[in-house]
Design a protein around this ligand. Sequence first.
Ligand code: KIV
Length: 271
Amino acid sequence: MSVNKEMKRVSTAMLQAMKERQEKISMLTSYDYSMAKMVDQAGVDVILIGDSAANVFAGYETTLPITLDNMIYHAAAVARGTERAMVLADLPFGSYQGSANEAYNAAVRMMKESGAHALKLEGGLEIIENIKKIIAGGIPVCGHLGLTPQSINKFGNFGVRAKEEQEAAKLIEDALALQEAGCFAIVLEKIPAKLAKTVTEKLAIPTVGIGAGPDCDGQVLVINDMLGMNADFKPKFMRHFANLHEQITTAVANYVAEVKAVQYPNEDEQY
Ligand code: KIV
């Protein structure tokens, strides 16, 4: 990495400055080199290697099965494809909840082996000591509150979180604790827009929402979903910015037809 490239790279300080000047932060997931390269070139500020790779890449129903080795593989591919965006990697289920030392060791492996610049962990006060240990090691951490898919078996569904007063109060308490612990940002997933606004106003650090309304400091979406690659998945908050499901299936069907009809390759497409 040249000095010049490093100078252009989005940093935690740049995200903080964006909150302060009220410039919205754009974040999207990517899981592979080619997609990350396009997402980076299009100007996204942060590329998240979400453990949603378990769903959209591996076809699992939940994010629980994906391993630290799997996540390192995806994150390293994404890191190789980017020049400007911050590369933020999820630590997967089971790699950081057990103890501060386990969390630190998982974090160090991810940073050393993938080239990511920061890590995202799900949870609040229950894992605060583990987060502090990682941050003490010089690794920037982004929190994740609201719908935390790694705890799906505890909650039992993927519905909106913190609609009740008690859960909302706990979420605010968690957000303040994460800020106090030194997190540089917090993802707020699938919570009422009004609560996301309150949290965003209470915090000095940026919030990045998914299904959390327009008042967060930034927005994040799963790239496969926003590109319309999975025609069946369209929760209320999702906007399809493309219809790749249709475009890809049409392109592939055209290829099949042209191969069968010996129209591909033609005279210009051979040696
Ligand atoms: O894993 C993921 O893609 C995420 C986003 C939904 C924020 O955590």
